[in-house]
Design a protein around this ligand. Structure first.
Ligand code: HEM
Ligand SMILES: [Cu+2]
Length: 666
C-alpha cells in the first residue's frame, strides 16, 4: 500500500535532522497559524498564491531563495564545523550524514538559492524595464514558480522522511546507481530536480519570449537596458541547456527504476556519457547564473556613477559571446577522463577565451565609474566588492583550465575555493546588489543603509577568511569532501575557514535584521517618487510599488537610458496641464492553476520516490485534469476601467510634480 515507506524512514535515532525538522515544522505551522488567526489567509490566497502578476511572482521567487539560503547556510556551518574539529578524530557527524549534508548543500545552493534568486529578479524587473504590462505567459509563469517550490519542498521532506543523496550535488554514476546507492536519497534528488527543472525551463521560455516580443514603443534591441540583454542571454542558455539536464537525469532514473544501464559499464552503458551530458548542461549553467548578475552590476554601476554605461555595444557583444562560448568548454570539468592531450588542449584554450569578454565587461564597469559622480550606496558596494573578488575567481579558473594543473588540483579544495569564489563573489553578490537596488521598487520603501553596509562588509571579509584557506589547503593536497583527516598541516586552515564561516553567519544575521528594521521603520524609509536612486531605465518611471498594469500609458522610448531622457524633458511635461488619454486596460486574471498543478506534482514526486504506484497515478491524473480545466477556461482576463487607471496615474504624477517644484525653478 505504501511502497517502500514505513516507520524506519523516520530517523528517530538521529537528533540533528529531527531537531532541525521540528524547528522548520514549528516555523511553518507558526506562520500558517498566525496567518489563519489574523485572517490573512484569503488575502494570501487571492493576492499572492494565485497571482499571475510578474512582480508578485518575482517577489515569491526571491523569498523562496532567501528561505533556502538559510537552509543551505546551516548545512555549510555544519560542514565547516566538522572539518575544523575532525583532525585525528571522527568529529561530531557520522560519515553517511556528512555526505548527505554536502550533497544537499550544493544542490540547494545552486538550484534553490542561486537560480530562484536571479529568476525572481528577472521576473520582477525585466517587464518594467521593457515598459510592458507583464511577461508573455503570465499563468505559465505561476506554474513555473510553483514547480520550483515543489522541488525545494521535496528536498526538505527528505530531512524527515528517508534520506537525501550522498553522491554530491551532481549524482555521478556508478555511485548513484542502484547498486551503490540503494536508498531513496538519489531518488529524492532526481525527482526534485526533474520537477523544478520543468519549472525553470518554463520560466526561460517565458522570459525569452518577453524580451523578444513584448517591448514598448521605440524600445529597439540596442536601446534595451543591459539587464534585459543578460536576461535574454541567460534564458537562451536555459532553453538550450535544461532539456539536457532533464534528459540526463531521466536516463539515470531509468537506470535506477527499470535497470536500463545507460551509465553502467557492465551491461554496455558508459558512465563517462553521464559526465559529458551533465557538464554540457553544467558549464552553461554557471553562466546562466552569472550573466544576470553581470546585468545587475551594469545597472547598479551606471546608476550610482550617474553616467550611462560605458561601451554599451561592446557589453552586448561580450554578453552574447559568453553565451555562445560557454557551450563549448564543458570538457574542462573532466580533463582526467583520458581524452588525450589534443582534446584537452582545445578545451583548455576555449575555456580561457571566456576570460576575454569577461575582462571587457570589467573594464567597461571601471570606465563607467571613471569620471562619474560615484555614490557609495549598498548596491554599489556589492558591485565594487564583486569586481575585486570575481577577478580572483576568474584567475584561478584560468589556472584550472590548464590541463596539467587541473590534473593536480582537480577534486581538491582549490577547486572548491574557485567555484565558491565565482558563485559567491559573482552570483550571490549580484543577487544582494539587485535585492537592495530594486527593493524600493517592489515595496515602496528603501532598506536600511547602515545595516546593509554592515552585511556587505561582514560578507566580504567573511568570504576571504573562509575561502582563501581553502585555496591553501587545496595546494597542500587536501581533497574535497573529507569527513576527517590526519594531516596536521591542513588543520590551521580548516580552523580559519571555520572562523570565516562565523563571520558569514553574522553577515546573514545583518541581512535579516536589515529587513526587519526596514519594515518597522518603513514610514521613514518610504519612497513616494518611484525613483529613489535617480535611475536611468524605465522601471523607475512608474510608482513604487507599481500598479498591477505597470504603466498607465505605454512609454515611448527615444534612446538608450530611456527614463533619463524622459527626466530631461520632465519638467516641461510634468508642469504641462495636458493629460494623456486613458484607456481601459485588460489584465490576466489570477489563477490557482500553478498552485494546484504543483500540489499534484508534489504528490506524484513523493509517490515516485517511495514507489507508491496508486498515488503516482492519482497525482498524474490530477495534474492532467488541472491542465484540461485550465485549457477550458473562458474568462481569463479582466478590465481595469480607464477612470481607475486615470485616478492611479494622476496620484503618481502629483507626487512627481511635488518633487519637481521642490527642486526649484528650472
Ligand atoms: C574565466 C572563467 C572560468 C574558467 C576558466 C573556469 C574554469 C573552471 C574549470 C577548469 C573547472 C573544473 C575544475 C575541476 O573540476 O578540476 C571549474 C569548475 C567549476 N567552476 Fe569555473 N571557471 C570559470 C568561471 C566560472 C564561473 C563564472 C562560475 C559560476 C558562476 C564557475 C563555477 C564553477 C563550478 C561550480 C565548478 C565546479 C563544479 C564541480 O566540480 O563541482 N566557474 N571552472
Ligand atoms: Cu565549467
Amino acid at each position: 500500500m505504501l511502497g517502500k515507506l514505513d516507520w524506519s524512514a523516520i530517523p528517530i535515532d538521529q537528533p540533528i535532522p529531527l531537531v532541525a525538522a521540528a524547528v522548520v515544522l514549528v516555523a511553518i505551522l507558526g506562520v500558517l497559524g498566525w496567518a489563519l488567526v489574523k485572517g490573512y489567509m484569503p488575502y494570501l490566497w487571492s493576492e499572492w498564491i494565485t497571482s499571475v502578476d510578474h512582480k508578485r511572482i518575482g517577489v515569491m521567487y526571491v523569498l523562496l531563495a532567501s528561505v533556502m539560503l538559510l537552509r543551505g547556510g546551516s548545512d555549510a556551518i555544519m560542514m565547516r564545523a566538522q572539518q575544523a574539529i575532525a583532525y585525528q578524530s571522527n568529529g561530531y557527524l557520522p560519515p553517511e550524514h556528512f555526505n548527505q549534508i554536502f550533497s544537499a548543500h550544493g544542490t540547494i545552493m545552486i538550484f534553490f538559492v542561486a537560480m530562484p534568486f536571479v529568476i525572481g529578479l528577472m521576473n520582477l524587473v525585466v517587464p518594467l524595464q521593457l515598459g510592458v504590462r507583464d511577461v508573455a505567459f503570465p499563468t505559465l509563469n505561476s506554474v513555473g514558480f510553483w514547480l520550483t517550490a515543489t522541488g525545494a519542498l521535496l528536498v526538505n521532506v527528505s530531512l524527515v522522511i528517508g534520506e537525501f543523496a550522498r553522491t554530491g550535488w551532481l549524482p555521478f554514476p556508478p555511485l548513484s546507481e542502484l547498486t551503490y546507492s540503494p536508498g531513496v536519497g538519489v531518488d529524492y534528488y532526481l525527482w526534485s530536480l526533474l520537477i523544478s527543472g520543468v519549472g525553470t525551463l518554463v520560466a526561460g521560455i517565458n522570459l525569452v519570449t518577453t524580451v523578444l516580443k513584448l517591448r514598448t514603443r521605440g524600445m529597439t534591441y540596442l536601446r534595451m537596458p543591459m539587464f534585459c540583454w543578460t536576461t535574454l542571454a541567460s534564458n537562451l542558455l536555459i532553453i538550450a541547456a535544461f532539456p539536457i539536464l532533464t534528459a540526463t537525469l531521466t536516463m539515470l532514473m531509468l537506470d535506477r527504476y527499470f535497470g536500463f544501464h545507460f551509465f553502467t559499464n557492465e551491461a554496455g552503458g558508459n558512465m563517462m556519457m553521464f559526465m559529458n551530458l551533465i557538464w554540457a548542461w553544467g558549464h552553461p549553467e554557471v553562466y546562466i547564473l552569472v550573466l544576470p548578475a553581470f546585468g545587475i552590476f551594469s545597472e547598479v554601476v551606471s546608476t550610482f556613477s550617474s553616467k550611462s554605461l560605458f561601451g554599451y555595444r561592446s557589453m552586448v557583444l561580450a554578453t552574447m559571446a559568453i553565451c555562445v562560448i560557454s557551450f563549448m568548454v564543458w570538457l574542462h570539468h573532466f580533463f582526467t577522463m583520458g581524452a588525450g592531450p589534443e582534446v584537452n588542449a582545445i578545451f583548455g584554450i576555449a575555456s580561457m577565451i571566456i576570460a576575454v569578454p569577461t575582462g571587457v565587461k570589467i573594464y567597461n564597469w571601471l570606465f563607467t565609474m571613471y569620471g562619474g559622480k560615484v555614490r557609495f550606496t549598498t548596491p554599489m558596494l556589492w558591485a565594487i566588492g564583486f569586481m575585486v573578488t570575481f577577478m580572483l575567481g576568474g584567475l584561478t579558473g584560468v589556472l584550472l583550465a590548464v590541463p596539467p594543473a587541473d590534473f593536480v588540483l582537480h577534486n581538491s579544495l582549490f577547486l572548491v575555493a574557485h567555484f565558491h569564489n565565482v558563485i559567491i563573489g559573482g552570483v550571490l553578490f549580484g543577487a544582494f546588489a539587485g535585492y537592495t537596488y530594486w527593493f524600493p521598487k517592489a515595496f515602496g520603501f528603501r532598506l536600511h543603509e547602515g545595516l546593509g553596509k554592515a552585511a556587505f562588509w561582514f560578507t566580504l571579509v567573511g568570504f576571504y577568511v573562509t575561502f582563501v584557506p581553502l585555496y591553501a589547503a587545496g595546494l597542500l593536497g587536501m581533497t574535497r569532501r573529507m569527513q576527517h583527516y590526519d594531516v596536521a598541516a591542513w588543520r590551521p586552515w580548516m580552523i580559519v575557514a571555520g572562523i570565516g564561516t562565523i563571520l558569514l553567519t553574522v553577515a546573514i544575521v545583518f541581512q535579516v535584521l536589515q529587513l526587519a528594521v526596514s519594515i518597522r521603520h518603513r514610514a521613514q524609509l518610504r519612497d513616494t517618487t518611484g525613483d529613489p536612486w535617480d535611475g536611468r531605465s524605465l522601471e523607475w518611471a512608474t510608482s513604487s510599488p507599481p500598479p498591477a498594469f505597470n504603466f498607465a500609458i505605454s512609454p515611448d522610448v527615444r534612446g538608450e537610458d530611456a527614463y533619463w531622457d524622459m527626466k530631461g524633458h520632465a519638467k516641461q511635461r510634468l508642469l504641462e496641464p495636458k493629460e494623456p488619454e486613458y484607456r481601459d486596460i485588460e489584465m490576466p486574471r489570477n489563477s490557482p492553476t500553478g498552485f494546484v498543478c504543483a500540489f499534484f506534482a508534489a504528490v506524484m514526486g513523493f509517490a515516485l520516490i517511495w514507489h507508491i504506484w496508486w498515488m503516482v497515478a492519482l497525482g498524474g491524473i490530477g495534474a492532467f485534469a488541472t491542465f484540461v480545466v485550465f485549457a477550458w477556461r473562458d474568462h481569463d482576463e479582466y478590465i481595469i476601467p480607464a477612470a481607475e487607471v486615470a485616478r492611479i496615474d494622476r496620484a503618481n504624477i502629483e507626487e512627481r510634480r511635488k518633487l519637481v517644484s521642490l527642486a526649484g525653478s528650472p
